[in-house]
Design a protein around this ligand. Structure first.
Ligand SMILES: [Zn+2]
Length: 105
């Protein structure tokens, strides 16, 4: 009995089910994925333009003033966008050097 035939008989593999549970994906060409020792992340560069809003960088706990290019990152898993954090670009790169015991975000 071939695996192909067995697969076709699988009631959970109907063609109309395909694509119904697509995970949340990010926009190609804008976001990039990074794998690091603290996990997989989606990283987006944020230009200087945008909403006039000040963010708090979790790396240095200083403000990121509006107009300053920085990055946004979140864990690369479904729903991870709820954990978005704004970082200074340098702080993001240096986060792994700050030692254990700090927040991942
Ligand atoms: Zn910072």
């Amino acid at each position: 009995m071939s695996p192909r035939r067995a697969r076709r008989l699988d009631p959970f593999d109907r063609p109309d089910r395909r694509g119904a549970t697509r995970p949340v994906t990010s926009v190609p060409g804008v976001d990039r994925r990074e794998s690091a020792s603290d996990g997989d992340w989606v990283v987006r560069n944020v230009g200087g333009s945008g909403p006039d809003k000040t963010y708090r960088c979790p790396g240095c706990e200083q403000d990121i003033r509006s107009g300053v290019p920085h990055i946004v990152s979140w864990p690369d898993w479904p729903g991870g966008e709820d954990e978005r954090r704004h970082w200074h670009t340098a702080c993001w790169r240096n986060r792994l050097n700050r030692g254990p015991g700090r927040s991942r975000y």
